[in-house]
Design a protein around this ligand. Structure first.
Ligand code: RUQ
Ligand code: CUA
Length: 666
């Protein structure tokens, strides 16, 4: 029955593919079936959600955090973006987070999420995200939900197959989407010398077990193809990383045609344990590069940025037994490994089936040197020798696959706008359900790990069309929630997302909630500009710099009257929030600052820099409703002309004149 419903559509859509139409098609007559049973997604007021969902924000450069099953938005975490709500990228302490080898870059395109793992199970410590455009990997600390570290990736462009993580968080990987001339070569070459001059790399970024701090352990120099996605092996395939590659044609123009010539591209299998041996044996070349490494110090409440100068490069042409290629039809996008680590699923965007590779067969084929040839010096394994089997006629435009806890895989189909559930061992399709519309990534709690938690599946759709009230030319981006606890998938909720959602991960709430930090301890505040009590509040002049050491506590600033600032001065408000209660941030804003507010957490110090543009009296106030007298939490700062003799004074609670000048006497 299933096939009779879908065959006509499959036929039409296949015809569309052959005609070169790869836009998504909206399934006909689906609108009536598109209303879900939301009672299963209902979380009563005051009740908690069962899972956190960390969702990439695409071209917003952010990450957002939702509750599942309610779809309630809890937080937007700025990562590769400035955020006026939190002052991230605006405060002096956070600006360095967005430093790169070519300066301050306050935007990026964040596609993929990776939650840290221990023994192949999500451990709730960190979440990683990639920046595509200025190749970067970020780490967000899940105690504070703040971006804690950003590392730039040299020799890379369009950092897309990133950041995928190994089962003990040994590494997050980053693969270049664009092949390019390497950073330390002469890049001024004709574009059509692609085949001679362009190379690809993948980077293995080691993650410190205790601190989470990242460093680029090594890069692997590879043929000039495009790397798209990646997944770590797990269990029996731990020690391997799999990357999908397209453009094995090495086209440098009109890729939609020229990179779709060959029947098969590749899944690349990297034996990273072997790579580690080569690094240890000194087989890596030290390559001069330049990349920024930014770390936020939790005690100083301050980021530092250093520029690193070198990376270790392993050449795939010279070092044997490290990299293998498996033919994969046709322009593969997703590359996903099942919970056992035995099966590797390649999703060829232009293929009408899904190939599933077997790790055991890959090992056998390598041992028997069962190659069909070489590609730029890298052995290409025989397709039939490594194939577990193909999922036949699953749908059109397969993109990504997630796994549940019962041996099933769920693949998203962009062109036919549906999710298809299939049995990983038997490769039989057992269920399919439409999405509204044109799904990209999928997420099942624990879906990419050794231990999927199952229960829900979330689809992140590319097109919303008629799902929500219109909001002008651009509609809300959208996710859809499915109940997968039974045999059949059931849609139970639509919810809008921030930015374009790509990959997301979901994790049981208790793995994170129990560690969530409530305050910063004031006695641990090591910010060099901290003011650890009202009595230390002061204003100091250092040449043309005015440093205001200010405290905030319900409901006043100390000091709240400042005079003696002169034109040409740069004023730094170093505001320390003395509160030691959960959820009592204070804000800080001063009129005329061409910047953002500060939002200062309890026990934290943050700094706003302000250069006054003309003499006058400027109000300042707390921006976050903090008590019944929040509206009274305000003050003034007076700015005088450059040559003025107004002395530098500051006070709180003083009403007599603090300064007298000739003009005021009149
Ligand atoms: S991608 S919609 Cu940038 Cu992960 Cu597949
Ligand atoms: Cu402090 Cu409002």
């Amino acid at each position: 029955m299933k096939s009779s419903i879908f065959k006509p559509f499959l036929f039409i859509a296949l015809a569309a593919v052959t005609m070169g139409c790869l836009q998504s098609c909206k399934p006909k007559g689906t609108q009536s079936a598109a209303v879900g049973d939301a009672s299963k997604a209902y979380v009563a007021p005051g009740k908690y959600d069962e899972f956190y969902n960390f969702v990439s924000g695409g071209f917003s450069g952010q990450m957002s955090v939702y509750g599942i099953p309610s779809g309630r938005l809890f937080r937007v975490i700025p990562v590769f973006s400035v955020d006026p709500e939190k002052g991230y990228g605006y405060s002096e302490e956070t600006k360095a987070m967005l430093n790169t080898s070519h300066g301050f870059v306050p935007w990026d395109d964040l596609h993929h999420i990776a939650l840290s793992e221990t023994d192949g199970i999500q451990d709730g410590r960190w979440v990683f995200g990639n920046g595509n455009n200025t190749p970067r990997i970020a780490r967000v600390d899940l105690k504070t939900f703040k971006t804690a570290e950003i590392i730039e990736i040299p020799n890379s462009a369009g950092n897309h197959s990133s950041p995928f993580i190994t089962e003990n968080s040994e590494y997050v990987v980053a693969g270049t989407r664009f092949s390019i001339p390497m950073d330390n070569s002469n890049g001024d070459v004709p574009i059509n010398t692609y085949k001679q001059n362009f190379k690809g790399t993948v980077s293995f970024i080691a993650v410190d077990k205790t601190t989470g701090n990242m460093n680029i352990a090594f890069q692997i120099l590879l043929p000039g193809v495009n790397f798209d996605l990646a997944r770590a092996g797990k269990g029996k395939s731990h020690g391997w990383m799999f990357f999908s590659c397209y453009n094995s044609e090495k086209a440098n123009t009109l890729l939609e045609v020229n990179a779709s010539q060959k029947d098969k591209d590749f899944i690349m299998a990297v034996n990273w344990k072997k790579a580690e041996e080569y690094v240890k044996a000194g087989k890596g070349k030290k390559v001069p590069v330049k990349y920024a490494h930014n770390i936020y110090d939790e005690q100083k409440h301050m980021a530092t940025s250093i520029i690193e100068k070198e990376v270790t490069m392993l050449d795939s042409k010279e070092l044997a037994d490290m990299v293998y290629l498996m033919p994969c039809p046709k322009s593969p996008h997703g590359c996903d490994t099942d919970p056992t680590g035995e099966y590797i699923v390649g999703s060829g965007k232009l293929a009408a089936m899904i190939p599933v590779f077997s790790f055991t067969k890959i090992q056998d084929a390598i041992a028997a040197k069962n190659y069909e040839g070489e590609y730029d010096g890298i052995p290409v394994l025989k397709y039939d020798a490594v194939l577990h089997g193909e999922v036949k006629k699953p749908g059109l435009g397969p993109l990504h696959t997630e796994f549940d806890d019962k041996g099933f895989a769920y693949t998203s189909f962009f062109v036919s706008s549906e999710i298809v559930k299939w049995n990983v061992k038997t490769l039989e399709v057992v269920d399919r359900v439409p999405t509204y519309y044109s799904v990209g990534h999928l997420s099942i709690p624990g879906g990419p790990t050794k231990k999927p938690w199952g229960k829900y599946l979330i689809a992140y759709n590319k097109i919303t069309k008629d799902r929500y009230l219109p909001t002008g030319p651009e509609l809300a981006q959208s996710a859809q929630l499915f109940d997968i606890s039974g045999d059949k998938m059931k849609m139970i909720l639509d919810f809008p997302t921030i930015g374009e959602p790509h990959y997301a991960e979901a994790i049981p709430a208790d793995l994170i909630a129990k560690n969530s930090q409530k305050i910063y301890k004031i006695e641990e505040n090591k910010n060099p500009y901290a003011t650890l009590g009202d009595k230390f509040a002061r204003v100091e002049r250092k040449g043309n710099e005015i440093h205001v050491y200010m405290t905030s506590i319900r409901s006043h600033f100390t000091p709240d009257n400042i005079e003696g600032v002169k034109m040409g001065d740069m004023v730094y408000f170093h505001v320390t929030n003395l509160e030691q209660d959960w959820d009592v941030p204070h804000g800080f804003a001063v009129k005329g600052a061409n910047n953002a507010e500060l939002l200062i957490m309890p026990g934290e110090t943050q700094t706003l820099a302000w250069k006054p543009e003309k003499p006058g009296v400027y109000p300042m106030y707390c921006t976050d409703f903090c008590s019944a007298l929040h509206q009274e939490m305000q003050g003034y700062i007076r700015v005088s002309p450059a040559g003025s003799s107004v002395p530098l004074t500051f006070s709180t609670g003083k009403t007599e004149p603090v300064a007298t000048t000739a003009t005021e006497k009149k």
